[in-house]
Design a protein. Structure first.
Length: 281
């Protein structure tokens, strides 16, 4: 039996015979409930406020996606939009109803959150791990499903090897995923705790910790500096993601550096605008 391709985002995971019903309907908010096992565990209050202001001004540009369950409706995609709409006290919300099985709901939820960069590093790692365990997917298959490289998936899964204290600090946003991965290279427990505290208190950076843990030799400086630049790029990308709630990519070229921000919809652009605006106030 040929495996179904999972690499083209949300639409490719919805069975063809379910794509006929694309009509947008109005569903009472009181009939909608969220999934207990959705991969995203935390929602940024400032980001939700910015999105709610955008919805209030321009309306909901992208309907949420629901699955009917008895007289209620379960959220498949769009929990942020649902929560932001609740902040406004809306009684109804635009939605598209889909008939999707449990496996595809799990995958849809993970793909949407990852593509929109809505997960913390640890939540993302747990989500990839669930795909591997529950559906016997390889890291390469997970990478194709969520539109990431295999090395990105492997590096993210490494976060699950962190000690509990480091996981807690990562989940709470006190350190970045790149900083957390750097901690994994420190074998001595006391040195690791000190580096964790230094990261939290902004007393050190990834470059210093990497050089200390790897004991870089002078004749390897060029290659190691390139590797450290890559790590620093990842760190700043994650900081931008935390700040803007959008995918950010940093690349070096002959003229300097280029920072690009991805948005999947006008709704995302509006949310990005309000997030930057609120951050300046």
């Amino acid at each position: 039996m040929t495996k179904k391709s999972l690499g083209r985002g949300l639409g490719s995971l919805i069975p063809e015979n379910n794509k006929r019903n694309k009509s947008i309907v109005r569903i009472p908010m009181e009939k909608i409930y969220t999934r207990d096992d959705q991969p995203r565990k935390s929602f940024d209050d400032k980001s939700l406020l910015g999105l709610s202001e955008s919805i209030e001004k321009y309306g909901l540009l992208n309907p949420i996606v629901l699955r009917k369950n008895g007289i209620k409706y379960e959220i498949i995609a769009g929990e942020r939009r649902y929560r932001a709409s609740k902040l406004l006290g809306l009684k109804e919300i635009d939605a598209i109803i889909k008939n999707v099985d449990n496996k595809n709901i799990d995958i849809l939820s993970i793909v949407e959150n990852v593509q929109r960069e809505d997960l913390t590093g640890l939540e993302e790692a747990n989500a990839y791990n669930e795909l591997c365990k529950n559906y016997n997917m390889t890291q390469d298959e997970v990478a194709k499903t969520v539109g990431k490289s295999r090395s990105y998936i492997a590096n993210t899964l490494r976060l699950l090897k962190l000690d509990q204290n480091s996981k807690k600090e990562l989940q709470e946003g006190n350190i970045s995923s790149s900083q957390a991965r750097t901690l994994l290279s420190i074998k001595d427990e006391e040195d690791r705790k000190k580096s964790l505290d230094d990261f939290k208190n902004k007393k050190t950076n990834i470059r210093k910790v990497e050089k200390k843990s790897r004991k870089i030799k002078p004749n390897n400086n060029i290659n190691n500096d390139n590797n450290l630049d890559k790590i620093l790029f990842e760190d700043f990308e994650e900081k931008f993601i935390d700040l803007l709630n959008s995918k950010v990519e940093i690349k070096k070229n002959n003229e300097g550096y280029r920072v690009s921000i991805d948005c999947f919809s006008i709704d995302d652009i509006e949310s990005l605008y309000w997030r930057i605006k609120n951050g300046k106030e």
